[in-house]
Design a protein around this ligand. Structure first.
Ligand SMILES: [Zn+2]
Length: 197
């Protein structure tokens, strides 16, 4: 590997979110020092993943098969769909290990500023699923900002003729959060979504 290649590698690493020039230099140096155990296997894995990755044709999750591992899992409740903006959000909910339904990844949110219209998102595909897959419940897990809420509202309107229960994640006080430190918006949302003991 020429010095030039190493520099290119450091440059590419520095483009990865969370890695600046300093950490990418450290990462590349680590790989060079551990060529046999890390560098070759990482290179092969990155190549294989790039060649095999695809979007699930049902929920738009990313996986190496055209029906993702969540959609094809018989133990999951296929009648429930959690609607998320991105695969990162899907991963976040999966890390909680409590949700056992399926997902639908919208691929973004409606935004007038960014010129994102309903046809730019996987909304029609979600309506089709509700129509064809005996879906009984939709849970919106879009972000608690104007775009996330507008998108959830837009989809809810589109679903009003279907017999499906629609809910959204509660917004409010984080675990371990102290009231005095919260902004009014969060506190008001928590008050609105209060529940009985
Ligand atoms: Zn899927």
């Amino acid at each position: 590997m020429s010095k030039n290649n190493i520099e290119k590698l450091i440059y590419l690493f520095s483009k990865i979110p969370g890695l600046g020039p300093r950490s990418s230099r450290r990462a590349v140096l680590y790989l060079l020092k551990n060529k046999e155990t890390m560098m070759f296997s990482l290179a092969e894995l990155i190549k294989n993943t790039a060649e095999s990755v695809k979007n699930c044709i049902n929920c738009y999750n990313i996986d190496s098969s055209s029906i993702c591992s969540i959609c094809s899992d018989k133990n999951r409740e296929s009648n429930i769909i959690c609607v998320v903006e991105s695969v990162a959000d899907l991963w976040a909910i999966e890390r909680g290990k409590i949700y056992k339904g399926t997902y639908h990844v919208l691929g973004g949110v409606l935004s007038a500023i960014d010129n994102i219209a309903p046809q730019d998102l996987n909304i029609d595909q979600l309506i089709e699923r509700v129509k064809n897959q005996k879906i009984t419940e939709i849970i919106f897990a879009t972000n608690a900002n104007i775009e996330g809420q507008t998108t959830a509202f837009y989809i809810t309107e589109k679903l009003k003729d279907y017999d499906v229960k629609i809910s959204q994640l509660a917004h409010g006080i984080p675990i371990g959060g102290e009231l005095d430190y919260l902004d009014e918006g969060t506190l008001n949302a928590a008050l609105k979504s209060r529940h009985l003991f």
